[in-house]
Design a protein around this ligand. Structure first.
Ligand code: NAD
Ligand code: MG
Length: 361
């Protein structure tokens, strides 16, 4: 089974292929035909699972194929480990026609993308996302980068991939907690852009959690359609792209407040959406019943729905450093109705009510 959708960005357009056993199909990697050499960038967890198969596929192009294996974890998404990619590229004679292939989750995708954006002022790369979060979110849209000790994703570039190849079978080896974290972003896509999709997610939560291929295929496809439509309309986040951050302002505060790594990003976003929904209700957009419904859907994905109790002051402080802050004003993504989001400045008093009502304060 395979479905292909095209991300429409003029001369930077690219296909997203979604299906089973795609990493074994050379035709999908045909962007490599014009390359002088190919470097797979992956990590110590993913390499033993999939690097050999992908190498075999890429060797059919008759170019040298090398693998760069980075340590596994968000804490390695930094300058030091980015440099390891450049070290190998230079050591083995990579040039402007070299192709990078990111094989892994969002950390590998973001780092490889940034390496591709900056190596010799920009080379091409292909995304082979192997986590659900990477398949439905991070591999699509062209945001790349690394973390700074003072802030997540603070150093980066926009750089679109030449192709995204989402092999659903790779999700079978994913730890259940990582799968649930990815499902948070799937729920988010339904909540902000497509109420019917949210209905479908609600009806299929069990098959999704069981990683059923057909259900997962639909969830990944619809998520990529929604995300790529938003990205095509607003590539550099001047406006509507920010609606993809629903649940993220509260979520980032949870992640940062707990200490990064304690909660997975998707877990924090899932819980953040509960707060975002409560806030939307306080602004008289969605009903209490709709807040409860969305909360239940998030809970059904085995995601936390009760935020850590940091207190209102600490939350406001943590949210202030969020990138969406403009001139000191925090901007929130709220649900105008189920399936439609908007970005709003909200009086602190109302946010504090939400924090109190949801157990955060
Ligand atoms: P991750 O890349 O850390 O992967 C999670 C874990 O799963 C890791 O231990 C990884 O080695 C392991 N793994 C990956 N594939 C596997 C597989 N098939 N089987 C078994 N284990 C596997 O985390 P993630 O959730 O994929 O991505 C999070 C990152 O993505 C963050 O750094 C975040 O900032 C970034 N992100 C970027 C964007 C964007 O637009 N660029 C969007 C969302 C998130
Ligand atoms: Mg996210």
């Amino acid at each position: 089974m395979m479905k292909t959708l095209e991300v429409d960005l003029g001369n930077r357009s690219y296909p997203i292929h979604i299906g089973t056993d795609l990493i074994d199909q050379p035709a999908l990697f045909n962007a490599c035909e014009k390359s002088t050499s190919i470097y797979i960038v992956t990590n110590t967890t993913v390499a033993p699972l999939y690097a050999q198969r992908l190498t075999k596929t890429l060797e059919t192009f008759g170019k040298p194929v090398r693998t760069i294996v980075l340590p596994d974890g968000e804490s390695y998404k930094d300058w030091k480990n980015l440099q390891l990619i450049f070290d190998d590229l230079l050591k083995f004679g990579a040039d402007r026609q070299t192709m990078l292939v990111a094989l892994g989750g969002g950390v590998i995708g973001d780092m490889t993308g940034f390496a591709a954006a900056s190596f010799m002022r920009g080379i091409r790369f292909i995304q082979v996302p192997t986590t659900l979060l990477a398949q439905v979110d991070s591999s699509v849209g062209g945001k790349t980068g690394i973390n700074h000790p003072l802030g997540k994703n603070m150093i980066g570039a926009f750089h679109q991939p030449a192709a995204v190849i989402a092999d659903l079978n790779t999700l079978k080896t994913l730890p259940p907690r990582e799968l649930s974290a990815g499902l948070a972003e799937v729920v988010k896509h339904g909540a902000i852009a497509d109420e019917q999709f949210l209905d479908w997610i609600e009806a299929n939560s069990k098959t999704l959690l069981a990683c059923d291929t057909d259900a997962m295929g639909h969830a990944v496809l619809r998520s990529c359609e929604i995300k790529s439509a938003v990205v095509s309309a607003d590539e550099r986040e001047g406006g509507i792209r920010a609606t993809l951050n629903f649940g993220h302002t509260f979520g980032h505060a949870i992640e940062a407040g707990m200490g990064y790594g304690e909660w997975l990003h998707g877990e924090a976003v899932g819980c953040g959406m509960v707060l975002g929904a409560d806030l939307s209700c306080r602004l008289n957009f969605i009903s209490k019943a709709e807040v409860e419904r969305l909360t239940k859907i998030i809970q059904s994905m085995n995601l936390p729905i009760t935020p850590p109790k940091f207190g209102a002051e600490r939350y406001m402080e943590l949210m202030q450093v969020d990138k969406k802050t403009e001139g000191g004003q925090i901007r929130y993504v709220v649900l105008e109705k189920m399936g439609k989001a908007q970005i709003k400045s909200v009086p602190n008093a109302q946010v504090i009510e939400t924090l109190a009502a949801t157990g955060a304060a």
